[in-house]
Design a protein around this ligand. Structure first.
Ligand SMILES: Cc1ncc(COP(=O)(O)O)c(C=O)c1O
Length: 372
């Protein structure tokens, strides 16, 4: 086996720029990582110390209470038929799931060695493929940032273990036409894993899940991290195809992957509550408007997202690292470079709407002080 070449962790590369930002009076304004800054529901946080689940090992697939809460959420919020929500299992947040699916699935289908993923996407799809010793093959996107599966080489299709899709997409905010992707997957015998962690932050349309199209050959992946501002407790789930969900949950059971008991108890409460999400959606909507306006004033061309809470922006063909250096030096603000999300994104930056109003006002003041 070839030695794995360990790349630097992307966000570690931003450290010199965050240090420059920190020197500004008032400190760094961090719009780089998509980590929520708002409060989760207090009842959920309280449950972490009141569940009395600490002593025994938690169920790897998820407690009945946890899974029932996830299923109820799928039917209540996403209008998924209960028959398509019945194969379901918990994961420890979703990054670990994304990063380990290729390895776990390849144990089932060793003849397949290729992971297809969107050419502009969350970096863990490609990293999961590499960690499993698979080929990570990006699927081109069209001018609207939607997947163009007609551009995938037939040899790659034959060798594909799975295709990742992400709608709404991090970083572009685009919504995919999920139905046509499902048809492609079924026609080509490629399982589709649909990462839907931003599904409740869609602007102006009803949420759409892959489970609206049945569960055969598809898996939907969900997380509480963004939905409920609970990235710190690590709770998610996946649901869909009978064989795939069963296989993955058995492999994960053998590898000792389990959501801690107190987290499952607290997370069940979070999946059961919608009011805090509706409130949060309005906050993101308003922050995205303010940030769009602000970055346009700075000369950026900004892609208004259909969902999720990021702005995908560019500025007159400048390289993303030059933009980052300029923003950190002039305004003490940190954003993510486009090349974290794809090899053709060197002219883009991603701006995450993850700071409270007081901090965004500070940024506005710095920008206004600078503009003529
Ligand atoms: C598209 C996408 N998928 C998955 C994740 C992972 O989230 P978590 O591991 O917190 O569930 C993120 C986090 O930023 C994301 O943007």
């Amino acid at each position: 086996m070839k030695k794995f070449k360990l790349p630097p962790y992307p966000y570690d590369l931003l450290k010199p720029h965050s240090e420059i930002g920190e020197r500004h009076p008032g400190g760094l304004i961090d719009l780089s990582v998509g980590t929520p800054c708002d409060s989760p529901p207090q009842a959920v946080v309280n449950m972490l110390s009141n569940s009395k689940t600490e002593r025994s090992y938690p169920k790897s697939t998820g407690s009945e209470e946890y899974l029932n809460a996830c299923k109820a959420w799928l039917t209540r919020r996403l209008d998924v038929k209960s028959e398509y929500a019945k194969n379901i299992s918990g994961c420890i947040g979703t990054k670990e799931f994304v990063a380990s699916v290729p390895n776990d699935l390849r144990l089932k289908s060793p003849e397949k060695d290729t992971v297809l993923y969107p050419a502009i996407s969350y970096p863990s799809y490609a990293m999961g493929a590499e960690l499993a010793g698979c080929r990570a093959v990006p699927v081109p996107v069209n001018d609207d940032y939607k997947l163009d599966l007609s551009k995938v080489d037939q040899e790659d299709v034959k060798r594909a273990l799975l295709l990742w899709i992400n709608s709404p997409c991090n970083p572009t905010g685009v919504l995919e036409d999920i139905k046509s992707l499902v048809e492609w997957g079924r026609n080509n015998d490629v399982p589709i894993f649909s990462d839907e962690c931003y599904v409740e932050f869609i602007w102006g349309q009803k949420p759409s899940t892959i489970l609206h199209h049945g569960n055969e050959g598809v898996v939907a992946v969900h997380s509480l991290s963004k939905r409920s501002n609970l990235a710190g407790i690590r709770a998610g789930f996946y649901a869909g195809d009978t064989d795939i969900v069963h296989w993955l949950s058995e492999v994960r059971k053998h590898s000792g992957k389990m959501i801690p008991g107190p987290v499952q108890a607290a997370a069940a409460l979070a999946w059961g509550d919608d009011a805090h999400v509706d409130h949060q959606r309005e906050i993101y909507k308003s922050r995205l408007t303010v940030l769009t306006d602000l970055f346009q004033k700075l000369g950026f061309s900004v892609n208004v997202p259909q969902g999720a809470f990021y702005l995908w922006a560019e500025k007159g063909g400048l390289n993303c690292w030059d933009i980052i250096s300029e923003l950190a030096t002039q305004f003490g603000v940190l954003v993510s470079p486009g090349d974290f999300f794809g090899s053709n994104c060197a002219e883009n930056v991603r701006i995450a709407a993850v700071q409270p109003e007081s901090v965004i006002t500070l940024l506005k003041d710095r920008v206004n002080a600078h503009l003529p």
